[in-house]
Design a protein around this ligand. Sequence first.
Ligand code: GRF
Length: 217
Amino acid sequence: MAKRRVAVLASGRGSNLQSLIDAAAAPGFPAEIALVVCNVPGAFAIERARNAGIATAVIDHRGFAARELFDAALDEALRGAGIELICLAGFMRLLTPGFTWGWEGRMINIHPSLLPAFPGLHTHRRALAAGVKLHGCTVHFVTAALDDGPIVAQAAVAVLADDDEDRLAARVLAAEHKLYPRALQLIAAGSVRIEGGRAIIDAAAAEPPALLNPGAP
Ligand code: GRF
């Protein structure tokens, strides 16, 4: 089966991008990372893509007078490259409803909390302040609402008594690096469908213990 053409959108260090690049290098993986788009010139994500021989596009959001214009340029780059699926990986730009509707069901994001808890920024700090005992990460389809949309997969991480923000963030990030490639694999293989606002994983492809893994890594 032909591999699905995936674009990863990143703004920073790109460690999740790297986990997707590494996973996609396996011969049987159902997706190829065909394009990396970055809105921040000089971001390390661009170097990671170049090192892997992946095409890159730098679209600096500061060059656009309105979000719609930036999103139109982004859309043109993606369609020009024949992209079928988008992975947001630390992409720090709000996307317009027009863009998210255009890619509905074909764009996923990874968020560092167990959604719907702690959407938005500073998730680890907020999880510690709330005293939750389980924290983690979520891969979800992107909709017009921030950190919303059908949940594809989650990984849980135990919050330890002596955790600080950095220690907790590091363990969640390690879980992200396992979860995101697995979620992309499921979607690219056609094992996920959206029904009534929920993402349903085909029973044959679902592996609950591998997706929800308290204490990860
Ligand atoms: C990750 O924690 C991801 O969940 C969030 O932004 C961070 C990006 O990290 N959306 P990296 O650039 O992938 O290292």
